[in-house]
Design a protein around this ligand. Structure first.
Ligand code: FES
Length: 176
């Protein structure tokens, strides 16, 4: 039986209805993937990766589908999705800020730069601003170590950032 056709019997905290807000063709593609791996609880991470590739993030409805198809508790699927930084639980914003936390950037103060971004945008790394505009991510290297600490805003690289400079970049971002 298709994952989508099965009566929902998920645990408290799992979504009550499946996929009303998701693109049907992508739901069908996830369903196909899950049908191929039905009952294989070891496939949780590949299934989450597949869902994220399809939707751009891992919606709760996809986690519910994965839990049911792989016969794994929803809490475990949710736990895996929240444990690994590679998984996004919200749609990405229109703009993306990637703060490098690689070694070269780390030793030159990337931690305080990341904190400054987080404070200025009001989100933790991995989160998206309340208006859905800007997603803040932390990455391991942007390939511009000579400019450390480095941040990429969309496709523009900003080097030698300080918390003070972050405020200037944020204010120009807000005006753009
Ligand atoms: S470590 Fe930050 S750009 Fe390479």
């Amino acid at each position: 039986m298709s994952v989508l056709m099965r009566k929902r019997t998920g645990p408290i905290g799992a979504p009550d209805s499946c996929c009303a807000d998701l693109v049907p063709v992508k739901v069908a593609q996830l369903n196909d993937f899950l049908t191929q791996h039905a009952g294989k609880s070891a496939m949780v991470i590949p299934a989450l990766q597949h869902a994220q590739a399809l939707f751009g993030y891992v919606p709760p409805e996809a986690m519910q589908m994965i839990a049911e198809a792989l016969r794994t508790p929803y809490a475990r699927v949710y736990g895996v999705a929240t444990f690994y930084a590679q998984f996004r639980l919200q749609p990405a914003g229109r703009r993306t800020v990637r703060v490098c936390m690689g070694t070269a950037c780390h030793v030159r103060g990337a931690g305080s730069v990341l904190s400054a971004w987080s404070e200025a945008l009001g989100v933790k790394p991995g989160g998206t601003t309340a208006d859905g505009e800007i997603t803040l991510e932390q990455v391991s290297c942007l390939g511009a170590c000579g400019l450390a600490p480095t941040v990429m805003v969309d496709s523009t690289t900003h080097g030698r950032l300080t918390p003070g400079k972050v405020k200037q970049v944020v204010s120009s971002l807000r005006k753009a």
